[in-house]
Ligand binder design. Structure first.
Ligand SMILES: O=C(O)C(=O)Cc1ccccc1
Length: 311
């Protein structure tokens, strides 16, 4: 039964729901809206859902910390897919509301940096209140709790609201990245355009600790696509690092980099290897010399021969 259910950050009408519906398999799943990212991920952990789609990063503000922190702590989960969605907001109001009537606005906290300039120009005196999601903000406007919500224009009909202004985005091409998260299992096979996510805890505090971490990737020609520090909660100055690296854990250079990290760091959590959204294998940059699987195999064959004296 749970195999047919996909949870997502709800309620109905979130960008997350739109992103989820772009996955072909969503058509054959029961899509279950959840009140928060932790609730969506817990539904996966306790078996109520086979997977959950949650926002993890946006191109304006960076990582969505609630998601990174949930994946970093608690029972392990893994990422199996990513979805990129272009985001533009509409200002949704109850029918009849004019711009000059708006005293309070709401949306998900990650929306704020994407509409800040617009608000400063058009609603300089409005008070911002955070909502659990953009669609939840729309629901709160419907209930009369706030005057307006920044949300997807598509959410207006669901909540009996009207889009007073559309196409609001401070940055052109703002995108949000969502990940499909499930319980740990073998990742899908490499596609040639893959990404690997890990969380890395640094050991004892010493000069160059972060550089040592980065070197494990650099010397093997592994490109990094995200590095986000997060406090571990164990006092000021204690950080772990969420890292997205180009490639698949089955690629020798990525596997060797992760082994290198495992040797020098007290904890490394593998969060998955999965196909990159919107990139085909022929668009992936050329490998650095000496970092292909064949190069690694040739080098370990050479080492074995040398150890045997077959020089
Ligand atoms: O999916 C939503 O609607 C959310 O609330 C998360 C979010 C927040 C900001 C931009 C895109 C998605």
């Amino acid at each position: 039964m749970s195999a047919t259910r996909y949870a997502y950050l709800g309620p109905e009408g979130t960008f997350t729901e739109v992103a989820l519906r772009t996955l072909p398999e969503a058509a054959t799943r029961e899509l279950v809206p959840m009140v928060s990212v932790p609730a969506a991920l817990d539904a996966v952990r306790n078996g109520q859902a086979a997977a959950a789609l949650v926002p993890i990063e946006n191109s304006v503000e960076g990582g969505i910390t609630a998601t990174l922190d949930e994946l970093t702590t608690g029972a392990p989960l893994m990422i199996y897919r990513e979805v990129l969605l272009s985001i533009t907001f509409a200002l949704l109001v109850r029918p009849g509301t004019k711009l000059s009537d708006i005293k309070t606005v709401t949306a998900h906290p990650a929306a704020q940096p994407q509409v800040r300039n617009w608000m400063a120009a058009h609603l300089p005196n409005a008070v911002w209140e955070s909502a659990a999601s953009n669609a939840d903000g729309a629901r709160l406007v419907q209930e009369g709790r706030y005057d307006a919500a920044f949300a997807g224009e598509f959410a207006a009909a669901t909540y009996g609201l009207e889009p007073l202004v559309t196409e609001i985005h401070d940055a052109e091409n703002a995108q949000t990245r969502f990940v499909l998260v499930g319980r740990p299992a073998r990742p899908s096979a490499p596609t040639g355009a893959d990404k690997t996510s890990v969380v890395i805890w640094l050991g004892d505090d010493h000069p160059g600790a972060l550089l040592e971490l980065l070197q494990e990737f650099a010397v093997r020609g592994v490109n990094l696509m995200l590095i986000q520090s997060r406090p571990t909660g164990e006092g000021i100055g204690n950080y772990c690092f969420a890292v997205d690296a180009e490639g698949h854990i089955a690629d020798r250079r990525v596997g060797e980099a992760l082994m290198g990290l495992k040797r020098i760091c007290p904890n490394v959590r593998f969060l998955g290897s999965y196909p990159r959204a919107g990139v085909t294998p022929d668009e992936v940059g050329a490998l650095r010399t000496g970092t292909s699987d064949t190069d690694f195999t040739d080098a370990s064959d050479w080492l074995a021969r040398s150890q045997d004296g077959r020089v």
